[in-house]
Write a protein that binds this ligand. Structure first.
Ligand code: ATP
Length: 453
């Protein structure tokens, strides 16, 4: 039976990620650990480009945003106040036949009845709440007093530091605090590759404002975030904006948009943008007894600001970038036969390696020296990959698979063997079109920087 093309596509992406060093199973040599992943040499560059661009766009390029980096483990009181200790749970059911565990709200249904996705049995327990926070202990004694949680989101550190950040940064409403960091959720069923992991990274913004501006700013952030995805190579047409209806939103939220991407395994959430009113700060004021209000110098009024929260996942966005970039096409190879070219068409901004640098032949010292000189000159500005092994066509293909947008080849013309007019020029190859052009070495850095900025 032929497989669903979407499943096949996903399998190819997963296999490419392993083969080329984007993503590995965590602790692989010991059989792995369900829900945990390691990023290899290409994967870590991809994630870094994503986080750096998010930070640049949302913090450095704006007057009204500042950053922070909170601790992963915080006082347990934070999670009591936020409501996570009592309510951050998913409904879990056990299958009595095969003993597997599942999220009750994700069970498949046939003829109106839920069944076990593992063995098909309908003999399931009643759902019960399972808290998703990982527990640990701070200090040597494993007592209730020392119980701590690994944060299930980065946002709470922003709320509890609201006053410190406000006072030290001297911001005025509206303004935002941004943070990127690890979060942990003991998901009942990690699945869809890295999509639902137990350890992941979030990129979160808490944008504080006056109550009357909350709804307008939620729409403003929706537009900002769609523009961001476009600028990293995920077109709007692939993002579904789900306006969460009143009866499905958290009770404190007046508006929530989920941004969902068309993954091969289905349309699934990349980011949530929620207008959370003054709920979070009010809870922390109530529980800590500390004044977290904002004082308006002009009107002399003191009030609890409202907040809009765009909360995105680094890993889910990296996975979307991989899915969006993956392509296979039939091309005519060097031997005149047609072959399949696998190419990751990353936006140059996101590409893990920006430029491959190749001396045409590795046994010509002058070619090698020139190619190395070019690589050294570019390295402070971008990630480059120097490769002298094998036929040039094979070297291009290897970079196509890594998603490298540009290739620079140093040949005999570069070193002036075919006359002075081509001396100090190189071949610049474009990954997507495979077109080649002659570029002077002096112009190379400027050309590449313009494309990746
Ligand atoms: P889901 O409904 O998929 O469990 P959520 O609505 O609980 O997600 P939020 O609490 O809104 O997610 O978290 C914000 C973002 O953090 C998500 O949009 C997603 O990008 C990321 N995220 C949340 N849970 C996970 C996870 N288990 N693995 C990877 N990323 C996650």
């Amino acid at each position: 039976m032929s497989k669903d093309p979407a499943i096949q596509r996903m399998e190819k992406i997963v296999s490419l990620c392993k083969r080329r060093g984007f993503i590995f199973q965590s602790s692989e040599i010991y059989g792995g650990l369900n829900g945990f992943w390691d990023y290899g040499p290409l994967g870590v560059e991809l994630k870094r480009n994503l986080k750096d661009f998010w930070w640049r766009r949302n913090v450095r390029e704006r007057d009204d945003m500042v950053g922070m980096d909170g601790s992963i483990i915080m006082n347990r009181a934070v999670w009591k106040a936020s409501g996570h200790e009592d309510t951050f749970s998913d409904p879990m059911v056990d299958c009595r036949s095969c003993k597997s565990r599942h999220r009750a709200d994700q069970l498949p249904v046939k003829d109106g009845l839920k069944y076990c996705p593992n063995c098909g049995s309908r003999d399931l327990t009643e759902p019960r709440a399972f808290n998703l926070m990982f527990k640990s202990f701070a200090g040597p004694i494993e007592s209730d007093e020392n119980l701590v949680y690994l944060r299930p989101e980065t946002a709470q550190a922003i709320f509890v530091q609201f006053k410190n950040v406000l006072e030290t940064s001297r911001q005025k409403l509206p303004f935002g605090i941004a943070q990127i960091g690890k979060a942990f959720r003991n998901e009942i069923n990690p699945r869809n590759y890295t999509f639902r992991s137990r350890e992941f990274e979030q990129m979160e913004i808490e944008y504080f404002c006056r109550a009357e501006d909350g709804l307008r700013l939620t729409d403003y952030w929706l537009e900002e975030r769609l523009r961001f995805y476009e600028d990293i190579g995920i077109p709007r047409s692939k993002i579904h904006v789900h306006d969460i209806p009143d009866d499905e939103r958290a009770f404190y939220s007046k508006k929530t948009y989920d941004l969902e991407y068309e993954f091969p395994f289905g349309v699934s959430e990349l980011e949530g943008i929620a207008y959370r009113t003054d709920y979070d700060l009010s809870r922390h004021i109530e529980h800590s007894g500390k004044p977290l209000e904002y004082f308006d110098e002009e009107t002399k009024q003191k009030f609890v600001p409202h907040v809009v929260e765009p909360s995105a996942g680094v890993d889910r966005t990296a996975l979307a970038l991989l899915c969006e970039a993956f392509d296979e096409e039939i091309v005519v190879g060097e031997n005149g036969k047609s072959e399949t070219r696998t190419v990751l068409r990353f936006h140059p901004r996101m590409a893990p390696v920006k430029c491959g640098i190749f001396p045409l032949l590795k046994n010509k010292p002058e070619l090698v020296a020139k190619a190395r000189e070019i690589a050294t000159a570019l390295r402070p500005f971008m990630t480059v990959f120097y490769d002298e092994g094998g036929a040039i066509g094979r070297r291009y293909r290897r970079q196509d698979e890594a998603g490298t947008p540009f290739g620079v080849t140093v040949d005999f013309e570069t070193i002036g063997e075919n006359g002075p007019e081509k001396k100090d020029t190189v071949t610049l190859r474009h990954r997507d079109s495979m077109k080649q052009e002659r570029v002077s070495i002096a112009d190379l850095k400027g050309r590449l920087l313009e494309a990746i900025a």
